[in-house]
Each structure stands twice: as structure tokens, then as C-alpha cells.
Design a protein around this ligand. Structure first.
Ligand SMILES: [Fe+2]
Length: 313
């Protein structure tokens, strides 16, 4: 099975109209290269706007991927809280996050893409975490968006997987569909990397005050506990987004791919890149596809054996 992974397309017809044709181009490229399944790990929209959600859905329908066997998605913080787009918005945004009805926003997201979740195994009637099995591959989808908190999540961008959600991960990890899969993939929005990984990946780094703010507002709380739960569940690979670059790293032996540079990279010169994961053989093959900014073409970069990302067979 060939899986294309990308993240954070931030569809926003009002302020980022260029993102829609870019997403279409990346998806068309992936389908042309034989992707059987596509994973988009959150921030499908930039402002949690209903019109943008419907437009994104229409694009999926047009490309014939609006089905659970073709597409797996999870929400990102922008799909729930939205984001500031103008200077005035920045001042008002913390108050917007404080009063945001996250459950209602999540319900709108789920409703808009309802068919994609129709095959999912869930527990207690909750949409997340969910389990989905496609041939020899199992996916566990997690909603890593944290509730607002003045100190822990002032602008909605920090992540969390609560104790009860971690318990569901463990329960789904004991499910036959997960246990008997040859490859077990976790999909979530927030990242598991630390600062050292960022340096090694050559990711765009913020400096000084910007770095401090970023460190406080772009993180996943309780990473160590989360990693332990994934490890106990026997996960092979984590696909995520959130920080806008394409990169690969490993945490506690768990391979992780950040796919958020496909449509809206932090540095435009990094170009538009997404992952292609080939699980047709016993040892998986992961490559990075670079989509040309100007021409309708793409190039492929195979990750060499020094890359510390290798899914357990
Ligand atoms: Fe994002």
C-alpha cells in the first residue's frame, strides 16, 4: 500500500486563496504517483470557517478521495479555534479562544467529513481516538487539540492527549484489528519532537523572544506519557503536522514524520514537499516528494539509510 502524507493545507478562501490550488496540485501529484491512501494530519482549514470546510470537502469529492478507504484526516488547532489573520485579530484572538465552543467546532468538522469516519472503530461513542484497518495497515486517529487554558493553552495551539484518551489508545491497541496489522500508524496533529530534533532536521528556528513564545504556544503537553502509551500499543509510525516544515525523526525508537511543508511551508524557499510511504514490502520505503513551485512536475528524494526513520517490520 502506498500512503501519501501531508498536513496543514490551511484552506482559507479569504486570506490564502492560493492554498486551494496548491492542495489540489499536491493531491493530484500523489494520486498520479499511485497513492492508494492519503493522510492529512490536521489544519485542513486556517480559520475553522464553514465555507472553507465545505470547499475542502468538494475538492476531495472532485478527486474521488472522499471515502474512508482513500483518506484519513484528524483535526488541527486551526480547524477548531481558527487563527488570527489581521493585526487586529491578534489582540482579540486569546479572548476568541477562551470563549470558543471546542465541542461544537469539532462536531461541525466531523459532520462536514462524516463519510471518512464511517468505518472507524471507536469507544464510548466518542469520535477520537478511532481505529481503522485497511488491508495490512492499521491507523489510529487522535484529536490532540487541547482545551483552552489561560496558562497552558492561551491561544489554542498547544496540544494534549488526556488521560481518558490515552486509556482509549490502550484499549484500541488491544483490538484485534490493530494487533494483527503488519504496520500500525498513529495520526495526530501535534508533534513529538524536542529542540534537539529541530536542530538535527535543520528546521526553520525562531530566535529570542519569538523562540520563547513559540516554545510556550506550540507544544504537546505530556509527551513522555504519550510516547509510553504509543510504545505499549506497539505503534510503528507517527504521522503529524503542526510546525510547517517536512521532516523525519525518531523518539524512543518510534519513527515520526512531520508533513506540514506540503502547502504552506514556514519558509517559502523550502518548497512544497510531502511524504510517500510504501508499505508494499516488508521493509517500508519512505520518500519525500518535492512539488515544483512553478511547473506541473515533482521530484522524488529517497531517504537514505542514515535517516533514523525506519518502521519496524
Ligand atoms: Fe498549521
Amino acid at each position: 500500500m502506498r500512503i501519501a502524507h501531508l498536513s496543514d493545507p490551511h484552506i482559507n478562501l479569504k486570506y490564502h486563496p492560493q492554498h486551494l490550488p496548491r492542495l489540489r496540485r499536491v493531491l493530484e501529484d500523489a494520486l498520479k504517483r499511485g497513492a492508494d491512501h492519503i493522510v492529512i494530519s490536521g489544519d485542513l482549514t486556517s480559520n475553522a470557517d464553514h465555507r472553507d470546510l465545505r470547499t475542502t470537502r468538494r475538492l476531495f469529492e472532485m478527486l474521488g478521495i472522499m471515502s474512508p478507504s482513500k483518506l484519513t484526516i484528524v483535526p488541527g488547532n486551526h480547524d477548531i479555534y481558527g487563527g488570527p489573520h489581521l493585526a487586529d485579530d491578534i489582540l482579540a484572538f486569546p479572548e476568541h479562544c477562551r470563549t470558543c465552543n471546542t465541542q461544537e467546532q469539532l462536531a461541525v468538522f466531523q459532520e462536514n467529513f462524516a463519510e471518512l469516519f464511517s468505518d472507524s472503530i471507536t469507544i464510548g461513542g466518542l469520535p477520537y481516538p478511532f481505529l481503522k484497518r485497511l488491508k495490512h495497515v492499521a491507523f489510529m486517529g487522535i484529536n490532540s487539540i487541547a482545551e483552552h487554558s489561560l496558562t497552558g493553552n492561551p491561544v489554542g495551539s498547544n496540544g494534549e492527549i488526556t488521560k481518558s484518551e490515552r486509556k482509549i489508545v490502550t484499549q484500541l491497541g488491544n483490538n484485534h484489528a490493530w494487533q494483527t496489522a503488519q504496520f500500525r500508524i498513529v495520526v495526530m496533529h501535534h508533534h513529538l519532537f524536542g529542540r534537539k530534533d529541530l536542530v538535527r532536521m535543520g528546521a526553520p528556528a525562531a530566535r529570542g523572544l519569538a523562540s520563547m513564545i513559540e516554545h510556550r504556544t506550540l507544544k504537546l503537553h505530556g509527551k513522555r506519557r504519550i510516547l509510553r502509551v504509543f510504545e505499549e500499543a506497539g505503534a510503528d509510525l507517527v504521522l503529524h503536522g503542526h510546525v510547517h516544515f517536512t521532516g523525519q525523526y525518531e523518539r524512543n525508537g518510534l519513527a515520526c514524520l512531520n508533513g506540514a511543508g506540503a502547502v504552506y511551508p514556514a519558509r517559502r524557499e523550502d518548497g512544497f514537499s510531502y511524504h510517500m510511504i510504501d508499505l508494499g514490502v516488508r521493509t517500508p520505503n519512505i520518500s519525500v516528494i518535492h512539488v515544483s513551485k512553478t511547473k506541473r512536475e515533482s521530484t522524488i528524494e529517497l531517504l537514505d539509510s542514515n535517516t533514523p526513520v525506519m518502521v519496524a517490520a
